[in-house]
Design a protein. Structure first.
Length: 207
């Protein structure tokens, strides 16, 4: 029988309101709960913030621009939330890894659970760029460099997730799921490369 989940084990300190100084220290600390997932969420939060800045600098009353601004603000706040959610999602895995004779089935399930939030980080990072695309022509040249940086930071967040999922996949026992875990982000990055590259080129050539 699978071990009953202790709700207290899922309780973690809230990290999304920490200072940058504290955050950078935790990322560098091998004993910290922070990892690639936390870094991915933070990179994508920065992406949403810079995209939002580009939209606000343009200061357009256009309905599409205002809608994009509202959506981007929601994404910015959501990524902060995902920093803490990612720590919660991998808590069962971290507990099992400390056990000498952890059950293989429980470990497999814990690896899959740990992937849930980083998957959300990954696909919401794509959403940032998809939100920028329809209004790309309306962003003023004075704000285009922030928009370009937003796309780069979103890519960084996605790559951090890709790397973390490859690590998890290498430790999974079920070969088909392990292969899917590794390949899914790789394929999504390939499928979105043209969009990302096109927007970067557009924003960096804005005059």
């Amino acid at each position: 029988m699978a071990e009953k989940i202790n709700i207290e084990d899922l309780m973690v300190e809230s990290y999304s309101d920490k200072t940058l100084k504290a955050y950078s220290g935790m990322i560098a600390d091998p004993k910290s709960v922070f990892g690639l997932g936390s870094a991915a969420a933070t990179s994508s939060m920065c992406a949403a913030s810079m995209a939002l800045r580009a939209l606000r600098m343009t200061a357009s009353e256009d309905a599409d621009m205002l809608h994009a601004e509202q959506d981007m603000e929601k994404l910015r706040v959501y990524f902060l939330h995902l920093v803490d959610e990612e720590n919660k999602a991998k808590k069962p895995l971290e507990k099992l890894l400390k056990q000498e004779n952890a059950d293989d089935a429980e470990l497999e399930a814990a690896y899959r659970t740990a992937c849930c939030i980083i998957d959300e980080i990954f696909y919401m990072s794509i959403r940032i760029v998809e939100t920028l695309e329809p209004v790309a022509d309306k962003i003023c040249p004075c704000a285009a460099h922030f928009a370009s940086a937003a796309v780069h930071f979103a890519k960084c967040g996605m790559d951090a997730v890709r790397i973390q999922k490859a690590v998890y996949a290498g430790k999974m026992n079920e070969p088909v799921f392990a292969h899917t875990t590794k390949r899914e982000p790789e394929i999504a990055i390939e499928n979105n490369a043209e969009l990302f590259d096109r927007l970067i080129k557009k924003f960096e050539s804005a005059e």
